[in-house]
Design a protein around this ligand. Structure first.
Ligand code: P6P
Length: 403
């Protein structure tokens, strides 16, 4: 089964939103095929060195970074369903058509320091509804991401996609230049025997992290087992191995990078959506990555992702007794509920005001007052409405909620 047939099957309801989501995913996938073709011949096309430019991150840009970024812009700017694009390589988001349905965020070429030594590299992307019809659609938590994935340019070129909270892997047939399904409905093992971290930073970690690492090498608890260290230095490669084999990847904060090194919007969030959908987890240290409210588009975050049991073990080391961690703040509401979209949500669920009220935990009269605009939902009502919408999103994908 090729990628398009898979997406048509998965997003079966042929609503406009589904058809447009399929189209945007295919535009990204087409781009990654071109990038894959280039990564095969960097030494021949003289495109593996530096572009002699510094990007918004203050990092030296490789030629392949630019080629990958341009490929995604060319592909997505021609797609009428893509409203805009933002990436590691550009200071500000690009808006192609602000009334279109989706925005795309990307790290076009992750791991570019590995290009010149022919190590695996990748492309990471996320797809967000264009809820605000403009740039502010980008500044949303990972809970807004409707799809995410990555390409890994390695011995095989693979494309891993998460739609409807289901994760599947496709392998590029280089002759047909087409992605074919190679792993369907991936679930990460509950635990794994590998931990992945740059031990060169050991001296600059906090003590709790050091204790966690030492415990991986020489477990003290009777139940825990020794883990082996694997570290490629390309996030996509280390993440994919963790997804398939289980285990844990960690890029914690250190003295020189107190906020962490990896990017929230286009590295951590897409992988967090994918890993949690595959039954794993992704945390910053003391909170779920997907709950982090971004303050700026290029902000960094610590990123620990992998098997549930291994993340729990990590959290036991890092949050026990950590006075410096503030209590996880109240999860802010994800969507702005108003009289229009509350009425839409209720009607698309086909519920009476009293049955809808029961679902939310309020009276019929309160629902009536919401829908007439007399009163607005309070914080806990908002969170209840969020979870009803997110938990029933699959049905709603056929009838998207224009929040
Ligand atoms: P370090 C590559 O430069 C990258 O952004 C990620 O792909 C990778 O996980 C990380 O940085 C490696 O960083 O500090 O270990 O070299």
């Amino acid at each position: 089964m090729n990628l398009l047939s898979y997406l048509n099957k998965e997003l079966a309801g042929k609503s406009d939103e589904n058809l447009e989501l399929i189209s945007v995913i295919c535009s990204v996938a087409d781009s990654t095929v071109d990038i894959a073709m280039d990564t095969r011949v960097t030494g021949l096309k003289q495109i593996r060195g530096s572009a002699n430019e510094i990007n918004v991150q203050g990092e030296e840009v490789q030629m392949l970074d630019q080629i990958a970024n341009k490929s995604l812009i060319d592909s997505l700017s021609k797609n009428s369903s893509c409203a805009g694009y933002a990436s590691e390589e550009i200071d500000e988001p690009l808006i192609f058509n602000q009334s279109s349905r989706f925005m795309v965020v990307a790290d076009p070429l992750d791991g570019s320091s590995n290009i010149s030594v022919n190590m695996p590299i990748g492309t990471i992307f996320g797809i967000i509804r264009n809820t605000d019809y403009g740039v502010s659609s980008f500044n949303k938590s990972g809970r807004y991401y409707i799809s995410a994935g990555y390409s890994l340019y390695g011995p095989s070129d693979i494309f891993v996609i998460c739609v409807n909270n289901k994760v599947s892997e496709f392998t590029l047939d280089p002759k047909k230049k087409e992605y074919q399904l190679s792993r369907d409905d991936i679930k990460i093992p509950r635990t794994g025997s590998i931990y992945s971290i740059n031990e060169g930073n050991f001296i600059s970690w906090e003590d709790n992290i050091k204790k966690w690492v030492l415990n991986n090498k020489n477990p003290t608890g009777s139940s825990s087992k020794r883990k082996t260290l694997r570290y490629v230095g390309s996030l996509v490669a280390d993440a994919h191995r963790t997804l398939i084999n289980g285990g844990i990847f960690a890029y914690p904060p250190d003295k020189s990078q107190p906020e962490g090194k990896l990017r929230l919007m286009y590295e951590a969030n897409p992988l967090a959506l994918l890993f949690t959908s595959a039954g794993g987890n992704a945390v910053s240290i003391d909170k779920e990555i997907l709950d982090i409210e971004p303050e700026n588009f290029h902000q960094r975050t610590p990123l620990i992702l992998g098997s549930k049991d291994d993340i729990d073990d990590f959290m036991n080391f890092t949050t026990s007794g950590r006075s410096s961690f503030k209590e996880t703040p109240e999860i802010s509401p994800i969507f702005k509920w108003n009289k229009v979209n509350i009425a839409k949500l209720r009607s698309r669920l086909g519920l009476s005001r009293s049955r809808f009220g029961k679902k939310v935990g309020v009276t019929r009269g309160t629902v009536l007052r919401w829908e007439s605009g007399d009163v607005s939902p309070n914080l806990s009502n908002n969170k209840a409405l969020d979870s009803i919408y997110l938990s029933t999103r699959k049905e709603l994908l056929q009838n998207p909620l224009d929040t």
